[in-house]
Design a protein around this ligand. Structure first.
Ligand SMILES: *Cc1c(COP(=O)(O)O)cnc(C)c1O
Length: 492
């Protein structure tokens, strides 16, 4: 324990708080006859000894989890400009609806006649997402963007195999998110990396030179991970289609486009949508997400089973009759709670709110770029909803982007995404999102400018940051491979 800090600086494990006999709740004595458990539960299903659960009163449980939640960073605590991840504030009304007993207490084995409301909610969410994406059909099953990509790659395969022409390669720009090449490789394709233009976009001439009859398709984020709108998208779509391929949009950046333009109108055949990013479900802690995949009509019959149907008599049902489907990709219907949150969010925003959100996200990002752009280099210029700065100018002081990110933690903010996209040296990728005020953006920009001047005056000070966090600099590879949940101050 630190003498100057009489409060225990590290929380004990909940098991260390346990005292035999303490309990969180007391249940009233039953006023009906009781029977021994052994009469009700078969012997094989009975435990030999009680589970080793901590015995703690309710207030200790609440304090324990509150204390550890505050050691971590989350969007309810402070600014979270983690580029590409769209860490917008998640309105609490989403939580209220997701917790309505009629939705949260459903059992996935209930017959469809008993869950018409849930099916209707999913149907209406699907319709809204089809309208926003400009597509004809959708599956809500995938659990994340990356799984949406995998569904996309399986759709590539199903489409080409059905035409008797299985192809082997998928083209992906060098600015792409790491999940893109990982996904297509996992699906058995060869990922072909295409160098971006000086402006940070896909160059149609470069694309044309690698397209051929062995290319199953192209995966292209829009706006891309440099925040740039792919302005040649119509030409790109024509080239891909002329070569017999499909065009897939990684829709993780839909927050910049929604309500303004639509992937379907731009020529894409498939798009995944990260509900936990654009449509505001909490994420970043490894919790559930949802990555619905929307497609044009010609791919609809390949979508995962079951698909939802809205029948002529007004009822909703699940359709299992799709012989050409790629199959099931998630247990039951997908991560239903995330779907409820996204549905609520879309209904709260409405038709005007959706494009307004996209515009505000771009405006906030432009403001940060305008304030920081003279100090931090922007090799590819300003992006739409996010901007990628370079910390390379700090190298002359021996300071790296990692040091800037660590020092920012002392200001109580989450660090931006760093060292991604790979095409920018010492990358610092900031995505403020639409939910932050000008004052909050200013606080962030002031901090970033202060860090740049600290780096010039006292590089070692920045290189030893952070100073105010529960733990300081960890061996990040080791911390991932051998997580030490019993960390104590002074451990390495
Ligand atoms: C977040 C992200 C993904 C992956 O989405 P997950 O939901 O995290 O699996 C893919 N591409 C881009 C551009 C992203 O930002």
């Amino acid at each position: 324990m630190n003498d100057r800090n009489p409060q225990n600086p590290t929380a004990p494990l909940i098991f260390e708080r346990s005292h035999t006999g303490r309990r969180g709740t007391t249940v009233p004595r039953p006023d009906v006859p009781t029977r021994p458990l052994a009469e009700l539960i078969p012997a094989w299903a009975m435990r030999d000894k009680p589970p080793g659960l901590p015995e703690v009163p309710e207030n200790e449980v609440v304090r324990h989890f509150t204390a550890i939640s505050l050691k971590n960073h989350h969007v309810d605590k402070a600014f979270y400009p983690l580029g590409s991840c769209t860490m917008k504030y998640n309105p609490k009304v989403n939580e209220a609806t997701a917790r309505l007993p009629g939705l949260s207490d459903l059992h996935p084995f209930q017959p469809t006649a008993a869950v018409q409301g849930a099916l209707r909610l999913m149907w209406e969410l699907g319709e809204a997402l089809k309208e926003i994406s400009g597509m004809d059909a959708i599956t809500l099953q995938p659990a994340a963007g990356a799984q949406g990509e995998l569904v996309g790659a399986f759709l590539f395969r199903a489409y080409h195999t059905a035409k008797g022409d299985p192809r082997r390669k998928v083209i992906i720009p060098d600015s792409a998110h790491g999940t893109n090449p990982a996904t297509v490789t996992m699906a058995g394709y060869e990922a072909l990396t295409l160098k971006s233009s000086k402006e940070g976009r896909m160059d149609p001439a470069a694309l044309e030179s690698v397209l051929g009859d062995d290319v199953a398709g192209v995966m292209l984020t829009n706006p891309n991970t440099l925040g740039k709108f792919e302005s040649d998208i119509e030409t790109i779509a024509r080239l891909v289609h002329d070569a017999g391929g499909l065009l897939y949009m990684d829709g993780a950046n839909l927050n910049a486009l929604m309500g303004i333009t639509r992937p379907g109108d731009l020529g894409y055949d498939i798009v995944h949508i990260n509900l936990h990013k654009t449509f505001s479900s909490p994420h970043g802690g490894g919790g559930p997400g949802a990555g619905p995949v929307a497609v044009k009509e010609h791919l609809a019959h390949f979508l995962p089973l079951p698909t939802l149907r809205h029948d002529a008599d007004g009822t909703y049902s699940l359709d299992w009759e799709r012989p050409t489907s790629i199959g099931k990709v998630h247990g039951f219907w997908g991560n239903f709670g995330v779907l409820v949150r996204a549905y609520t969010y879309i209904r709260m925003l409405g038709r005007e709110g959706i494009p307004e959100t996209a515009r505000a996200a771009a405006l906030n990002s432009a403001y940060v770029a305008a304030r920081l752009g003279d100090t931090y280099e922007m090799p590819y210029g300003r992006g739409m909803h996010e901007s990628v700065f370079s910390g390379a100018f700090l190298k002359k002081h021996g300071v790296r982007t990692l040091d800037v990110a660590k020092r920012l933690l002392d200001f109580g903010m989450h660090a931006p995404t760093i060292y991604f996209p790979l095409v920018v040296a010492e990358a610092i990728m900031t995505e403020p999102t639409e939910t932050e005020t000008k004052q909050e953006l200013d606080r962030f920009c002031d901090a970033m400018l202060q860090i740049a001047s600290e780096a010039a005056k006292d590089p070692d000070f920045v290189k030893n940051a952070p100073y105010s966090t529960p733990v300081r600099r960890l061996d990040e590879a080791k911390a991932n491979r051998q997580p030490n949940v019993r960390y104590r101050a002074g451990d390495t």
